[in-house]
Design a binder for this molecule. Structure first.
Ligand code: PLP
Length: 675
């Protein structure tokens, strides 16, 4: 695999070009084929000098995709010339040259915070290229400050820093003399070399000296080093110590698991350096992509203030701001936010809130109604209102009883004669239960529009609104569990919004922090909140709270996440992707073992069946879903099935091109595994 190194500097004029030449010459002397790219040059002839010195043969357009006349930051220089920088041109040149050469030197422009385009700095380019850097600093007064600032920013920004090269060292002044030792004491990265000031650098002798200096004074080994993959060791330790959720550990111990080490945008990178498209948003949480600048920065900013402070008896800034924002975007009528830290807790809170609420209204409403195929989490309360036998039957003895109504699972509905047409016959049972038990029922709990874990069961339009009406009619609260479907997944900010429904209680989690940190919120109405209001001695308090309730870091991430919905017009941009997805899924229907394809927004469930005509499912032990997802990994995509249903639930920020990659991988994997 070829290697690359980005040469940046503490400031302009520190000697990036000279050091690029020095390293290039020293590597060539070792017989290494060196390539060079300077993506942006503003005035001067640095590129020509390096091309000549290193004998570069590549096309100048690749070596220097952007040249401007004025000695300014590229953002200003190219703007003045009316040139819009197209980063794809830079990435494409970089990839071409990297493929061609054993080692590619990328020379930056100015320092890390030099702007290239609106909202895009040199540091962003480095992160996008995913290359390590060497920092060139020039010896002298001010060097320590500039060097430490650059190093600190780079490390904080997630850039890999190989080390610092002190250039132009004459050793004459006290500052220069003391620079290397002082820096060694304060840097977190090594000093890779101290390069002496050379005279007549452009002469033949000067260049010879430069190569010699680099060979002798720059630690080329450190520059060339590749981190040894620790995969073996990590897998062993994982198997030694970790019990994975929803996983048959005997299989896990036999398998070769992937260990994720990094991520960027829609992709995850494993410990061997292979990138995979995150086809299920890291279990339905990621929204704007991984390592999203704005969310990273918000967490760091909050970290500089306070990581955690309790909401028991105190308030904290981000939780207050977030609550206001959540109420502003939630369905109208919801007025209060109760925080917790997982979807299951959000549901527990909803159940306890509803249960306690009716006690204050002197009503013996103590039971709940849930739907078949429902999944609301793994804690005892949420399992009690779960409708998936596979997950829930084991714990039967621990659970409280709850009434069960039918799931609007059109594909399997024995009542619907003309699927996909629907007359909501599946509501009959709910109507009966409500008629019979409304006086003892506190609430109906549902996952609106899509029962996710139950198999991506997409509801027929309008049925959720009907459920709301029935709850009103029978004086039963409606709890909407939007843990999976909230925050844009269905194409609407909240699924309830799609049918103009305001539930009495709304459970949110997963996407709330953009997929960064555990946070959940249970929203409710003023009416429910007011029922708990009373004298201290009345003990009407809602006796519930978790240690990390309203965690400031998580709330800061959530605020940044919501900010991005506005700034990036996420929901508007989602609409063409949803259409594209729908169109592309058509061709899956022709496959022999596809029973049903269900889509709502960017959520897709592809149901595999043994027999298309009879809808006979694949037997559980055949692990067909698991096999398809394992195959998809060979095509660079991470998926996780729900039994025989293949789930696609990518980050909302996924590009159309990436979406195509996801679909192609799923198609190939399904075709190959089901034959
Ligand atoms: C609808 C729904 N509710 C609740 C949960 C539980 O959330 P958590 O895993 O954060 O406890 C999930 C998780 O998938 C879910 O899909």
């Amino acid at each position: 695999m070829s290697k690359a190194l980005f040469i940046t500097a503490t400031d302009t004029g520190a000697g990036k070009t000279i050091i690029s030449c020095a390293i290039g010459l020293a590597l060539q002397k070792k017989g290494i084929d060196v390539g060079y790219i300077k993506p942006f040059q503003c005035s001067g002839d640095d590129t020509d000098f390096v091309i000549k010195t290193l004998g570069i043969q590549d096309d100048k357009n690749l070596v220097n995709p952007y040249y401007a006349k004025d000695p300014l930051a590229p953002y200003a220089a190219f703007k003045r010339e009316g040139i819009r920088i197209n980063l794809d041109k830079v990435f494409s040149a970089y990839h071409k040259l990297k493929k061609r050469h054993e080692f590619l030197i990328i020379e930056g422009v100015g320092g890390l915070l030099v702007p290239l385009r609106e909202n895009y700095l040199v540091a962003d380019l480095i992160r996008d290229l995913d290359v390590p850097i060497a920092i060139v600093s020039r010896a002298g007064l001010g060097t320590i400050n500039h060097t430490l600032l650059t190093q600190r920013y780079a490390l904080d920004y997630g850039i890999k820093v190989r080390g610092v090269i002190i250039n132009n060292y004459s050793g004459k002044t006290a500052a220069e003399k003391t620079n290397p030792d002082v820096l060694r004491g304060f840097l977190d990265v090594p000093i890779l070399g101290v390069v002496a000031r050379l005279k007549n650098i452009k002469s033949k002798d000067g260049l010879r000296m430069l190569a010699k200096t680099a060979g002798e004074n720059i630690d080329l080994k450190a520059l060339l080093k590749t981190e040894k993959p620790l995969t073996r060791q990590l897998i062993k330790r994982d198997k030694d110590f970790i019990w994975h959720p929803f996983t048959q550990m005997r299989d896990w111990l036999k398998d070769e698991p992937l260990i994720i080490e990094e991520a960027k945008g829609s992709y995850l990178k494993d410990s061997e350096g292979k990138w995979y498209l995150d086809g299920v948003s890291s279990l339905w949480v990621n929204v704007h992509g991984h390592r999203k600048k704005e969310i990273d920065a918000a967490i760091k900013r909050q970290l500089n203030k306070v990581a955690h402070s309790t909401l028991l008896g105190l308030g904290n800034v981000p939780s207050i701001e977030l609550a206001k924002e959540l109420i502003a975007i939630a369905p109208p009528g919801l007025a209060k936010v109760f925080y917790s830290d997982s979807g299951s807790s959000a549901v527990e809170i909803a159940l306890k809130m509803a249960y306690q609420y009716w006690q204050y209204l002197d009503k013996a409403k103590t039971r709940f109604i849930h739907l078949e195929n429902a999944y609301h989490g793994d804690t005892i309360g949420s399992v009690s209102v779960g409708g998936m036998d596979l997950f829930h039957k084991t714990y039967k003895g621990l659970l409280f009883e709850s009434y069960k109504a039918d799931s609007p699972y059109c594909y399997c509905c024995p009542k619907c004669k003309n699927y996909p047409g629907c007359n909501f016959e599946c509501l009959d049972r709910l109507r009966d239960v409500l008629r019979q038990h409304h006086s003892s029922t506190a609430a109906l709990i549902v996952e609106p529009l899509v029962q996710a874990a139950g198999g991506i069961i997409v509801w027929p339009e309008g049925i959720y609104r009907k459920m709301r009406e029935l709850c009103h009619k029978h004086n039963v609260l409606l709890i909407a569990d939007e843990v999976a479907v909230g925050f844009g997944r269905t194409g609407h900010m909240f699924a309830s919004e799609a049918e103009g429904v305001t539930p009495d209680i709304l459970c949110l989690a997963k996407g709330i922090t953009g997929g960064y940190l555990p946070l959940a919120a249970t929203l409710t109405t003023q009416k429910i909140f007011d029922a708990f209001s009373g004298e201290y001695k009345e003990q009407k308090t809602f006796f519930h709270g978790h240690t990390y309730t309203g965690n400031p870091l998580a709330c800061a991430a959530a605020l940044a996440n919501l900010g991005l919905f506005k700034k990036e017009k996420t929901l508007q941009k989602l609409q063409p992707k949803i259409k594209f997805l729908g169109k592309e899924l058509e061709k899956f229907k022709k496959l022999k073992h596809i029973g049903d394809i269900r889509q709502k927004g960017l959520i897709v469930g592809i149901e595999l069946v043994k027999n298309k005509e009879t809808k006979e499912p694949y037997p559980w032990e055949e692990r067909i879903g698991i096999k398809v997802c394992q195959k998809a990994r060979e095509y660079g995509v991470i998926l996780r099935p729900l039994g025989n249903v293949i789930v696609l639930m990518p980050p909302l920020s996924i590009s159309q091109e990436e979406l195509k990659q996801l679909l192609d991988a799923a198609y190939k994997a399904i075709s190959e595994i089901t034959g």
